[in-house]
Every structure is written in C-alpha cells, then in structure tokens.
Design a protein around this ligand. Structure first.
Ligand code: AMP
Length: 147
C-alpha cells in the first residue's frame, strides 16, 4: 500500500479530541508527513436575525469573534501537542462540508476524524464522521473512541 502525503485531522475540541490527535500523530509519523489541524465553527444566525438584512453587520461581528476565538483555541491545542508548526485551519459552516471541500481543494489524501465527538455519543459513528465518510474524495480514518 502506498503511503499518505497530506493528512488533515478534524478537531472538535470535545473530550474525545485527545484520542483523535494522538492517533493522527502516530499515523503521520509512520508516514513521515505533516498534519494539518482543522476546526469548523458551527454557527447559524439567531432566528430573529435570519432574513433581516438590516442586522447582517451585527451577525458578521459575532462570526469574526467566533473565528478568532477558535483560532486561539486551535493554537493552544497545537502547542499542547507540540504541533505549533502544523498548519491550523478554522472555517465557519457545516463541518462535514467544510472539511471534505477543504481536503479536496488541498489535495489531502487522508482525513482523520473521531468515530464520535459531540454529536455521536452512543452511536457507532457520529453525524459529522458519517457525513465526512460519505462526502470525502479521499480515504477517511475514523478513530474508534474509547469511552
Ligand atoms: P461527531 O460526528 O460530531 O460526533 O464528531 C465526530 C468527529 O468529527 C470528531 O471527533 C471530529 O474529528 C469531527 N468533528 C465534529 N465536529 C467538528 C468540528 N466542528 N470541526 C472539526 N471537526 C469536527
């Protein structure tokens, strides 16, 4: 089997994330490749703002704050695992779409996710993991989370 050259790991900051990143680090060192860390800020406008174009600018400020906060969290997380030199990506949107689209555009050949994080407790695969598996154009490795 040929190796992997470009690995993307999906980080949701849930309590299962440590298991995901440790496995991703093992795999990246086995293939001697770098990891890119990606977090997607899941956010939609409050209902009362939806469709009210006059409120768009307030919502935009909230979005920017959320992205800034997540970038800081990802940076801290990377420092903790001595991955500060790894690319750190934060997008806003629906995780399964953002992650698979980014992976395709960046020619990643492996996406690593947790079998479940925030949305999948008690299920074999969480909804994000399942969505990534369905939409990805490359291999996907779901790290089995031990509860
Ligand atoms: P879930 O399907 O939400 O239970 O999560 C399964 C896995 O999908 C997590 O362990 C992460 O690897 C990934 N994931 C879920 N939500 C996000 C997110 N917002 N940003 C990045 N990765 C995520």
């Amino acid at each position: 089997m040929s190796g992997y050259n470009n690995i993307l790991v999906a980080i949701d900051f849930s309590e299962t994330t440590g298991q995901v990143i440790e496995r991703a680090m093992e795999i990246s060192s086995r293939y001697d490749t770098n990891l890119t860390l990606m977090h997607v800020v899941e956010y939609s406008p409050p209902m009362e703002f939806a469709g009210d174009l006059g409120m768009t600018s307030d919502w935009t400020i909230d979005e920017n704050d959320l992205i800034k906060g997540s970038k800081k969290s990802l940076q801290k997380f990377a420092e903790k695992y001595k991955l500060s030199s790894s690319p750190q990506i934060v997008h806003l949107g629906t995780p399964k779409y953002e992650i698979t689209q980014y992976a395709e555009e960046g020619s990643y050949d492996l996406i690593i996710v947790g079998s479940h994080g925030r949305h999948g407790l008690g299920r074999l695969l969480g909804s994000t993991a399942d969505g990534i598996l369905h939409h990805a154009h490359c291999d996907v490795l779901a790290v089995r989370i031990k509860e």
